[in-house]
Design a protein around this ligand. Structure first.
Ligand code: FAD
Ligand code: MLT
Ligand code: ZN
Length: 563
């Protein structure tokens, strides 16, 4: 059955209905629920052009060994201070250094093979995803369960040994790697799914479960994770919860503060705190799990998580659209929230600079709208349960958007390969930036109407010195401002900071929308939090971790913890 939809400025068409059978393993293994009705036309009628051809398979770079491009790192064993930009960090002299007895204790507790002293493995664990932050830890521990983790933390606390909790090490703010010689505690062996309730959709699992594995597990049960992000092939749910990761579907499913129903955590002294509730409603006193969601390993190590997962719905549609200017993207978002309403499940944007980076650095990807390079691209995803209604809604919305000039061109994915290829462009931006050289990454919440002004102002400030790139979760008011340069350079950094933080603060934004503070922004917290709030955070930290062994130098300004 053929159906034509004519718009004033352009037209596109939907052709035969087709069941999409195979589910391919795609970039980060993106699983797309069934496409029952698909767009089949490849004719370029100047309007929404269903995207033709399958995207080649693209693998997530797990820990590829690129040449290191570290900033101001003095990577000398035994070093007592390090410089990051203008900040000098002293190693806390109260921390002990490892001795032979510690190793013997850990080997007895975990088994020899789970006490890692191998240089190559440590090099990887000491270095962050961007190859920007690097520590010099001589030891990584791999506990298998909460009890083992409790025993090793108890030992570290009594010996005054500092530790870094580590999951998939995909964090982008230097939180997941040591600053000096902290012991790395990686949760990757704690990777069991404990239970799944098919009525309530509550999943209980260990912290070391890789996000993508959870997505696959749930897909087979007819559910989805309320969280999805480009690093899904490596990041762990414990790391996601510890960073309060936002990702690509927050606009629909909300933050982990809403979907994480409970968790178990081990405190610095080895005490296990059971907050692993599975209830949606529980008002019995303080809801302490929230302290651990987003605390980036500074208050305890998360060992188990219970999370509410939504059912997988049958109809998913993805449109890749081009807009001439930012105001059109903004208006499109305003309209999408109203016209698509409850079926809107993602609203992402990227600028031409981001698109160019992806096309230049990720060989297998191509622009779905190749006829010209537009200034902005928007990816809209809808997820619903009524195929024909959802499609009609999306089409109506797109026709209006074209007629009113908000959208200049667009393509609707006609099958799951094409959906994945649209998503790969958006999710490929961090990897393209990583390949392009050094990157200064800023993850900001800014009122939507002001959000892109910062990118433009930054471009003017930097002149031709660096490539300024803007993309992010527009539906959440979350800009990823990235400055890409051949190598790290103090002059460039001086142009960016503190300007970027001052600007964000002036516009009542947040200097960390979703990546956290880590090492990179611990000292910048006052740009987004009041003095009283930061002091209360420090008090809580001192209460739960009086010796300060958990992820030192991160999240909270050093001065507050040393007094
Ligand atoms: P790690 O990087 O290992 O650790 C992150 C922080 O959590 C560290 O401070 C660490 O000490 C702490 N931590 C880790 N595990 C535990 C634990 N069990 N208990 C206590 N503390 C722990 N973030 C987003 O929010 N949205 C995105 O869309 C997004 N996309 C990304 C795309 C790419 C390609 C990459 C590389 C990163 C992206 N990130 C994104 C950033 C990152 O925060 C997330 O990938 C993820 O949440 C980190 O999980 P992880 O297991 O890798 O944690
Ligand atoms: C993203 O949205 O792609 C991630 O948060 C990573 C990044 O900011 O580069
Ligand atoms: Zn993001």
């Amino acid at each position: 059955m053929e159906k034509r939809i004519a718009a004033a400025t352009a037209s596109y068409r939907l052709l035969t209905q087709k069941k999409y059978a195979s589910k391919k393993i795609l970039h980060h293994r993106r699983l797309i629920p069934n496409f029952n009705e698909v767009h089949r036309s490849c004719s370029n009628s100047g309007g929404f052009m269903p995207h033709c051809g399958s995207a080649p398979i693209q693998k997530f770079p797990r820990r590829d060994r690129q040449k290191s491009s570290l900033i101001n790192i003095q990577n000398i064993p035994g070093i007592q201070h390090r410089t990051f930009g203008s900040a000098i960090i002293q190693r806390n002299p109260l921390f002990s250094t490892l001795n032979h007895d510690d190793i013997i204790y850990f080997e007895k507790t975990l088994g020899v093979k789970n006490v890692i002293q191998d240089d190559e493995e440590l090099e990887t664990a000491n270095t962050d995803w961007m190859h920007k932050f690097k520590g010099s830890s001589k030891l990584m521990l791999l506990p298998e369960n909460t009890d083992q983790l409790s025993q090793i933390l108890k030992h570290c606390n009594s010996r005054h040994l500092a530790v870094v909790p580590q999951g998939g090490n995909t964090g982008l703010v230097g939180g997941s790697v040591p600053v000096f010689d902290e012991v790395i505690i990686n949760t990757r062996r704690m990777n069991n799914i404990i239970s799944f309730d098919e009525v309530s959709g509550v999943l209980v699992c260990e912290a070391g479960c890789i996000l993508e594995n959870l997505i696959t597990f749930l897909d087979q049960k007819g559910f989805i994770m309320p969280l999805d992000l480009g690093a899904k092939g490596s990041c762990q749910i414990g790391g996601n919860v510890s960073t309060n990761a936002g990702g690509l579907r927050l606009v629909r499913y909300g933050s982990l503060h809403g979907t994480v129903l409970g968790l178990e955590a081990v405190l610095a002294n080895g005490d296990v705190i059971d907050m692993l509730g599975t209830l949606r409603k529980d008002n019995t006193g303080y809801d302490l799990k929230h302290l651990f969601i987003g605390s980036e390993g500074s208050l305890g190590i998360i060992t188990k998580v219970s999370i509410l997962t939504p059912p997988k719905l049958s109809s998913v549609n993805i449109a890749f659209l081009a807009c001439q200017d930012y105001i059109s993207c903004q208006k499109l978002l305003f309209q999408a929230k109203r016209k698509l309403g409850e079926i809107l499940s993602a609203f992402e944007f990227l600028d031409a600079q981001a698109m160019n980076l992806v096309l230049n650095h990720l060989d297998t990807l191509r622009n779905p709208l190749p006829s010209s390079i537009y200034n902005f691209y928007v990816l809209i995803e809808t997820t619903g349960s009524n195929e024909s209604n959802d499609k009609e809604k999306l089409e109506g919305f797109l026709v209006e958007a074209m007629e009113s000039g908000l959208v200049s061109d667009g393509a609707i994915a006609q099958d799951s390969n094409q959906s994945a290829s649209f998503w790969n462009i958006r999710e490929g931006i961090p990897e393209a930036l990583q390949k392009a050289g050094a990157v200064y990454k800023y993850d900001l919440s800014i009122p939507v109407e002001k959000l892109y002004d910062l990118v433009e102002e930054m471009r003017i400030r930097l002149g031709g010195k660096a490539n300024v790139v803007g993309y992010g979760h527009l539906g959440d008011g979350n800009l990823h401002l990235n400055v890409s340069a051949p190598q790290y350079d103090d002059d460039i950094l001086g142009e960016i900071e503190p300007f970027v933080y001052e600007w964000t603060s002036k516009h009542h934004g947040s200097i960390s929308a979703e990546h956290g503070l880590g090492l990179m922004k611990a000292e910048k917290i006052y740009y987004s939090k009041s003095t009283g709030t930061v002091q209360m955070m420090a008090s809580i930290k001192k209460l739960l971790d009086p010796k300060g062994i958990l992820n030192p130098y991160k999240v909270i300004p050093q001065l507050l913890l040393s007094t």
